[in-house]
Every structure is written in structure tokens, then in C-alpha cells.
Design a protein. Sequence first.
Lengths: 324, 251
Amino acid sequence: MAENPVTPPALPASPPLWRRLWLPVLVFALLALVPFVWGERFILGLVTRAMIMAIAALSLDLILGYGALVSFGHAAFLGLGAYAVAILFSHDIVDAAIAFPVAILIGAGFAFVTGAISLKTRGVYFIMITLAFGQMAFFTATSLSAYGGDDGLRMFHRSEVFGTRILANDTTFYFVVLGTLAGCFVLLKTIVGSRFGRVLRGAKENERRMRALGFDPFRYRLAAYVIAGSICALAGALFANLGMFVAPAYMTWQRSGEFIAMVVLGGMGTLIGPIIGAIGVTLIEEWLAAVTQHWKVIFGPMVVLVAIFARGGIVKLLERGTGR
Amino acid sequence: MTAPILSLSNLHKAYGALKVTDGVSLDVGAGELHAIIGPNGAGKTTLISEITGEVALDAGTVTFDGADVTALPVHARALKGLTRSFQITQVLPGFTVLENVATAAQAHDGSSFRFFRSAGADKRLTDIAMAALGEVGLAARAALPAASLSHGEKRQLEIAMALVSQPKLLLLDEPMAGMGREETERLVAVLMALKGRYPMVLVEHDMHAVFRLADRISVLVYGQVIASGSPEAVRADPAVREAYLGEEEFG
């Protein structure tokens, strides 16, 4: 049955490098330029916040975009990471070298336990159970009276890095966040293309087929959930440092919904899309809120329009714009 | 005769009052192509699903390659070499044809908890996959998304995926279903070439194909095996003729 034993057919060609790289390169180059063009504290802080949200959205894309797991409790990981840093701070453990790994481990642990339970369900039930776990985290935070309860918890300065206060400088902090975002992007890009990522994507494509091939999707999904939770907790650790403040409001279900919106608007399963989505949503929200206090009336329809006319998100729109 | 590769012993499964598998016992010998035929609703696909583990049994044991696998889940049986194709083709539609087969090969190439090396650039998996695609005649389609294949090509793809799964037994659930004459001929040729290399269980409605391919045929009616033997013996069996009465395709 072999068609032509003499010349083996050419292997599938991947698209040219520039086509896969232009968008990430452009996004990161623009972000790197921001502090040189707009030095104002306000702008710097705003874009830093947008990038932290982008790290969180990026982590959600691993499970939502590549695993088709709609988690409605992702903000819990942001809050856990933030609280880990702030609570340690209140006990005089102020060094990022300790606080950040602890934050990541707590995110991983919470993801492992809640993931092991919620991944036994699918579809709407998965959404509900992740929402329930998210709300549990939220209400636990409000009842932590020793750590501020509803009012939240203040840090007197940013985390130290091996005893130094280099993060106190807003520009330095900006580039640390940018570097973290770039690192997470490269890490997740690598994971998605690995053998592990292939199984995760395969289980989204056709779970029954993957089982018949000998894969147990549960284990791979749980691992992806733990990775996503860890990265989102890292975003939380940065978030606590940004405003030097944490509050239960960091983990409301509305914020979880916002993360989903960022991923979907930017482009699920693209990684660069959620970054663009997160930054876009954060900036537009800020801008509209400055224009009118009824900004949600404008923002809502904008989301609807993108959802209708840009299926596949902003990234699909941009790719079409470049001739493909 | 050597020990059977697959041995079903007194399988029972009922959905309420409906007995879909009612005391089925049969052996598939090493190297044998064992066809299972029967009228619609006889419980053939259910039987395949019981062998793979997708359907839990009420009673009975499934022995595969010398071990009792009755309690094992689907993926664990698959890793032992129990490989199936589906009545309604099941591919990974968004993956390329090549990546479909490479994914199947990956299941038998160590742990898939490897996070950092690119799977697409893994030459060993790619080579295994390309060889299998050549064998089923799909090499020229390697770069296309699996969703774009024709029905017959998806069948060929499923067989390529089975070939790289280090099968000890191939379970083929109506591989000719929905195929044209030409596609059927091509698939019969592929199966002819595989016959003897792998033991196979073939569930099929196309009687011409079954009688050309099978070493042994079991006839399933209402969840029971009413006859089992060589194609000639089964063709002559009066109980089989009875069950197929009015169905022209038989014989």
C-alpha cells in the first residue's frame, strides 16, 4: 500500500517563523518601551497592573484554551498568592526569596486539592464546583479577622529581594513584572508544545479517543490545573506588591469572570491572545471609568460586539489582517 | 492450539430487562482473525466496548494476554496492547494527520509527563508515524488537519494509529461502515496485509469482506453466541440461516 517507497513524502511544513513570532515580539517590545515614553507613576502602575492580570489570564488559558476546562474560580489563586505574601509580611517575613515560592506552593497545593475533586466533573458541573471553591476562598479571606478581614491587609513596603529594596522603584518593579510575564509566556508556550501539552490538547479534541490510545486525561488535566494555579498565585504575589495591599476583593467571582473574558476576547488557546486581552480590558476599563461612571454600559456592549464579530478573539482578527 | 490472546468467559450485561450480553464466551487465538457478525441490535458494539472496558460488565471475566483485565479501566487495557477502532471514527480533528499518529505512538514511548522538549520536533515519534501512514496509504495527507479527511481516509488514519500502538490485538468495529466499494476494497487489502501479523476481532456487516477475511466467525443474536466456527461451517449452520432469514446480504 505504500504510495511511493523511493521518495518519502515531505514532512508537514510549519508556518514561517516570522508569522508565528511577529505578534509576541511586537507586544513585548511595546511593553518594554512604555517606561521610556510615559514615565508617569500613574501610567506605569496601570500598565504594571495590566501585565499582572495578563500573567493570570495566561495561566487560565492553559486550562481553558488548551484543556477546555472553564474554571470560574481562578481569582482564588490570585488572592491566595497575594495573601501568602501579605500574611508572611505581617509576620516580618518580607523577602521575596521566601514569600514568592511559598505563594506559588500554596497556589499549587490549593490547585491540587480542589482540582482533584472538581476534575471528576465536566461541563457545567465543573464551572459550578470551581465557582464554589473560589467563593470558599473568598469568604475565608473575609473572615480572617487577624489579617484585616473585609478591610484587607496593608504592607509597609514592597517585598525585599535578598535583603535589598530594589522593588521599591516603580520602574524596576515594572520590568520585573514584564520579565515574569515574558518568562511565563515562554514557559507555557514550551509546555503546550511538549508531549504533555499534546496529551492535554488531545483530550480536548477527543477524550474517548485519547483513552482508547492509553491516556488517562484526568492526570494530565490535574497537572495542568496545578501549573495554572501556581502561575496565577505568582501573579497574586506580584499583585500584593503592586499596591502593597491585599483584600478579599481580589478573589471575587466577578474577577474570575473577568479573567475568562480576557482569555476569550484575546483569543483562547493562543497564549499571546490572553495577554492582549488582559491588557486591553484593563486599559479600556480604566479609560472608560475616567470618562463616565456608567462605563459598564459602554463596556458591556463592546464585549458583546467582539464576541460576535471576532470569533477566536482579537488574535484571529489581527492574523486575518496580515493576509492569512 | 496455543493459549488464546483474548478469552471471554460468561459475560453478562443487562440494561434493565434488556439483556445485551447474555452469557457470551469465546476465545480469540493467537494470529487469528475472528469475525463477529449478527443482525442489528445483537449487541456487537456493546461486546467490543466490554472488551475495551468502556462498558462495565455485570458478570464474567475478560482475560487478555494471560491476565485478568476485567477490573482495568480503558486506558490501562489500551496500554497492554488492546487496540481498537471505532464504528464512528474517532480521530483528533484539530490535529494534523501526522500528529494523530504521533500521539498514538507517544502513548507507548515512555512517560508523557515531559514538559520541555517539543513533541512536534521529536524525530523518533515522527518517523514511527510516517512509516505507519505509508503503510495505510495516507503519507501524502500527513500535513493536513485530520478533520479535512474523507470518511474512508479517517478509517485508514485510525488503522495507522492502531498500528503504532504496539497492538497485541486489534478490535475493529465495523471498519467498512459507510464506505464506498472502492474504499472497502482498499481497506480489505490493508487488513489482508495485516492478517497473521496481529490477531484481530472484526465486527462487520459487509459479509463479502467477512467471508474473505475471517479465520473464524461467531454469530451473535440477542446477546448470545448461537454459532462459532469456520466460515464454511457458519454459512451452513441452520440456526444462522434462521437468524438471517430475509437478509439478502448473507451468504
